[in-house]
Design a binder for this molecule. Structure first.
Ligand code: NAP
Length: 281
């Protein structure tokens, strides 16, 4: 079984991006800029943002974090986004989720210019992705896609099963696999007999949030299994896939932690560079 080393793959991707940033700098005399807006004091959000800033600096992007207290009003945030939309030194804007309840998440997402939407959440990017046009793609499914392609470059005709249909993970993952000519089944909490659906998959991507939901006997021999889940349990952090059991059947499997997670931030940097390049065209 191939243990997919997300840390190594992410480090390789960051190295590639670092070189690309240097090339862009010599070509355009400027580097892509990523601005992150962080609202409130949620510990996981603060850690994510710190890691994003660190990785962005590592590859040579210009990075900035704008911090607001939990009590900031919606208008202040929308005005700041407007200002960043008009700032030509800012290639990508990300507003760290979740937001406080008094701020309308969808309004915030839609305020970001689609050309600067490095998270790929703006309806224009969602529509472009599903229509097969150029778009920013949400970072986690993009990371999963790159890991799958590394194991199996030709996905033509493969059967893929995506477990979970969130806008963040399951739906964009489905679109990426469709684009690669997979036959995709997307499953969710109302799916009947999830086991038999999973057993059809040459590729399984699990993005659910239920510890070890996908069992060893749900996975056909030599399937590629990508585990997006991050679940805190008494045993520590575990994924949505029963790792030990599934590793006996799978051809390749991502561990949790150290699988999909590291690719997510690397893909954010990739998206920022892509946004910069599209504007220079
Ligand atoms: P989400 O928005 O809560 O969506 C979960 C999806 O799973 C929903 O579509 C839900 O179906 C489906 N589901 C729930 N119970 C199910 C069941 N018993 N059988 C089949 N499907 C079921 O979650 P998310 O944001 O996509 O996140 C999923 C997991 O990925 C979480 O553990 C999260 O922490 C993790 N995550 C990891 C990363 C990373 O970088 N590695 C990034 C983001 C998220 P319904 O639509 O019917 O409700």
């Amino acid at each position: 079984m191939i243990l997919i080393d997300g840390k190594k793959e992410a480090a390789e991707l960051r190295e590639k991006l670092k070189k690309e940033v240097l090339e862009l700098k010599s070509k355009y005399n400027k580097v892509p800029g990523l601005t992150v807006i962080l609202i409130g004091e949620l510990a996981p959000s603060k850690i994510y943002v710190k890691n994003k800033e660190k990785s962005a600096n590592e590859v040579g992007l210009k990075s900035e974090v704008i911090r607001y207290p939990e009590t900031v009003d919606e208008k202040t945030v929308l005005n700041k986004i407007e200002e960043l939309n008009n700032d030509e030194n800012v290639s990508g804007i990300l507003v760290q989720l979740p937001l406080p309840k008094h701020i309308d998440k969808q309004k915030v997402i839609e305020k970001i210019l689609p050309s600067k939407d490095v998270d790929g959440f703006h309806p224009t990017n969602v529509g472009n992705l599903s229509s097969g046009y150029e778009s920013s793609v949400p970072c986690t499914p993009l990371g999963c896609y790159l890991l799958i392609k590394k194991i199996e470059p030709n996905l033509n005709g493969k059967k893929a099963v995506v477990v979970g249909r969130s806008n963040l993970n399951g739906k964009p993952m489905t679109q990426l696999l469709l684009k690669e000519n997979c036959t995709v089944t997307i499953t969710h909490s109302k799916t009947k007999d999830l086991k038999s659906e999973c057993l059809k998959g040459d590729i399984i991507v699990a993005a659910v949030g239920i510890p070890e939901l996908v069992k060893g006997d749900w996975v056909k021999k030599d399937a590629i299994v990508i585990d997006v889940g991050i679940n805190k349990t008494d045993k520590g952090i575990v994924g949505d896939v029963a790792f030990k059991e599934v590793s006996k059947n799978a051809k390749a499997l991502t561990p949790v932690p150290g699988g999909v997670g590291p690719m997510t931030i690397a893909c954010l940097l990739k998206n920022t560079i892509e946004c910069f390049k599209r504007v220079q065209k």
